[in-house]
Design a protein. Structure first.
Length: 166
């Protein structure tokens, strides 16, 4: 979101500082959700928690076509909740579904998503934002959702592969 923040603020007719609070909304909701998700995981199961988290993120991709700041802020709240649920479930799944010998390697691969999104996604969202019409700048903000689905796919594939699990 950072590369297109000024343009997004202009599109939404809010200040850049106000538009920057969208990151605060998603970060705060992710952190608070993660605090509660551990307890929830033991009750509903890791697979279910991961699925719900990714589902919430998918629904929250509505921010790509949101008509105003309030809808984008609500979508960012949803993204944060989805991230808190799915990351908690993903990390617990690595501990639960892998053998001790494989655990650190699987976790390292699973956690590659955020740095790849920052290194590749940020510049790409800036390029897309600069080349886009005003409304599609919001679309470039939601591109970073892709790494989250990649993390889940990696974990699900590992779960199906009996070679790496206890």
């Amino acid at each position: 979101m950072t590369p297109v923040l000024p343009a997004l603020a202009s599109d939404l007719e809010v200040s850049t500082a106000t538009a920057g609070q969208l990151r605060t909304v998603s970060g705060l909701s992710a952190g608070l959700t993660a605090l509660c998700a551990g307890l929830l995981a033991s009750r509903v199961g890791l697979r279910e928690l991961l699925g719900v988290g990714l589902g919430v993120i998918a629904v929250s991709a509505i921010s790509a076509v949101a008509p105003d700041f309030a809808v984008i802020a609500l979508a960012q709240l949803g993204i944060g909740i989805g991230v808190g649920l799915s990351y908690t479930a993903a990390i617990a799944a690595v501990a639960d579904w892998t053998t001790p010998a494989d655990r650190s390697g699987v976790l390292a691969i699973a956690l590659l998503g955020p740095p790849i999104a920052w290194i590749v996604g940020m510049p790409l969202s800036g390029i897309v934002g600069e080349a886009s019409s005003p409304g599609s700048r919001r679309l470039s903000c939601s591109r970073s959702l892709r790494w989250r689905f990649s993390l889940a796919e990696c974990l699900c594939q590992l779960r199906r592969d009996g070679r790496t699990f206890a």
